[in-house]
Design a binder for this molecule. Structure first.
Ligand SMILES: [Zn+2]
Ligand SMILES: [Zn+2]
Length: 176
């Protein structure tokens, strides 16, 4: 899936469509529920092309606390400038100045749309996905999903001496 730059008129090109995307197999814990909705504008600026737009899709993510899958709506806006690959700076030049995340490169008069979209999805993923703010996660001792059931680990791990102290404290508080 690519944008043919020869088809872009001086007035630009508007694209609004459903697309089916996949993520690299290394991203195991994220599943895309296709189709995704893409809307974008390609504007020629000399031999460069500015692409602005947005992507909306549904994903299944894995909660980092309880490890269960949960649905997630993702939407992301982007604003990129595509420069011919011949103008790509050398690695030395890139090290000299800050790498601009909004600059991308095209070759053979085409822009790989799926690559662009994949990258935007990856950038917009939450760093620490959680199924809900209230997620209790897994018990660190026995691995029970504490959202679904409880376990006895907590009761056992309370030091009986501390429990005594707590009782005394409570007693003192009552006397005040
Ligand atoms: Zn969770
Ligand atoms: Zn437990």
């Amino acid at each position: 899936m690519h944008i043919d730059l020869k088809e872009v008129t001086p007035h630009g090109l508007h694209i609004s469509r459903k697309v089916n995307l996949t993520l690299p197999p290394s991203i195991e814990e994220v599943e895309i529920i296709n189709p995704c909705f893409v809307e974008l504008n390609v504007t020629p600026i000399g031999i460069k092309y500015r692409i602005t737009g947005s992507i909306e899709l549904k994903l299944m993510l894995q909660c980092s606390r309880c490890l269960e899958s949960y649905p997630f709506d993702l939407s992301s806006d982007f604003d990129l400038l595509y420069v011919p690959i011949e103008q790509m700076p050398s690695e030395v030049e890139l090290e000299m100045k800050d790498k601009d995340a909004n600059i991308a490169y095209y070759s053979e008069n085409k822009i790989e749309l799926s690559e662009l979209l994949q990258e935007q999805i990856l950038l917009a993923l939450p760093m620490k996905p959680i199924c809900s703010q209230e997620c209790k996660g897994l018990c660190p001792s026995c691995g029970t999903n504490l959202n679904v059931s409880s376990c006895n680990c907590k009761a056992v791990s309370i030091d009986p001496r501390l429990e005594k102290l707590k009782q005394i404290k409570e007693l003192l508080n009552q006397q005040k």
